[in-house]
Design a binder for this molecule. Structure first.
Ligand code: SAM
Length: 233
């Protein structure tokens, strides 16, 4: 059972309207993805499917995978959306073929993985040459600052785990993030056959300032997420 199974409904509802997702991470990922009309896209770690739905509304043909059966159930996405743990073992959904996709999007999922190698190699395998990977992760300096504020002194240059209780709506979920320095991320992308097109640190959408005045201030002068646009060599 995945941690997200217990909070799937709460996470889905929160994600639809929250500053972090609806006014920050998702619009930034969609902006990086650009014109997706007619593109075949794999949404890796699709969760309850808000990004999946937005990409489909923009004309893409989308498939999604996620380790959480509860999230996939909420997603009610295309029949090929299935339960699958990225980065573990050799098993893969039979329906996913090599070079099947034009794009892979991986929104806020890679930081759940200790080792990015197997997942990125898998993404490269299912992408056509010249295809694109759009990925967002917790910003490494944001997580470093949180650790310091909680009295710990992590080594920024190490890959280190960060376990915590995370509020989701009126529930909580136990999560473990695997933080890593920026250079470890770019090295992992290169090792898997990806070339970086851009690294970006956009702010939340401007309208979030009025909608979430307190929370917005928190993100006004420091990034919470880091975004990558990559090309499969
Ligand atoms: C923060 S949520 C993001 C969901 C979605 N991408 C979005 O932006 O709304 C992280 C998702 O990653 C999934 N996840 C975590 N570890 C995973 C793994 N090893 N393989 C596949 N999915 C995983 C979780 O089940 C959860 O749905």
């Amino acid at each position: 059972m995945s941690d997200y199974d217990t909070v799937a409904e709460a996470y889905d509802l929160d994600n639809e309207t929250s500053l972090q997702n609806a006014y920050y991470e998702r619009p930034a990922t969609l902006a990086l993805a650009g014109d997706v009309t007619g593109r075949r896209i794999l949404d890796a770690g699709c969760g309850a499917g808000p990004l999946f739905a937005a990409l489909r509304e923009r004309g893409a043909v989308v498939s999604g995978i996620d380790v959480s059966a509860g999230m996939v159930e909420r997603a009610r996405v295309a029949p090929r959306c299935g339960r699958r743990r990225a980065g573990r073992g050799r098993r893969r959904p039979a329906a996913v073929r090599a070079r099947e996709f034009d794009d892979v999007v991986a929104s806020l999922v890679l930081h759940y993985l200790r080792d990015w190698g197997p997942a990125l190699t898998g993404f490269r395998r299912v992408l056509r040459t010249g295809g694109r990977l759009t990925a967002s992760v917790n910003h490494p300096t944001a997580e470093y600052v949180i650790e310091r504020m909680q009295g710990r002194r992590p080594d920024y240059f190490a890959v280190y785990s960060q376990a915590g209780t995370w509020p989701v709506g009126d529930q909580t979920v136990e999560v473990t993030f695997w933080n890593r320095p920026l250079h470890a991320m770019t090295d992992a992308f290169a090792a898997a056959g990806f070339r970086i097109s851009s690294i970006s640190e956009p702010p939340p959408l401007p309208e979030a300032r009025d909608l979430f005045p307190g929370e917005f201030a928190h993100y006004a002068d420091a990034p919470n997420f880091l975004f990558f646009a990559l090309q499969a060599d």
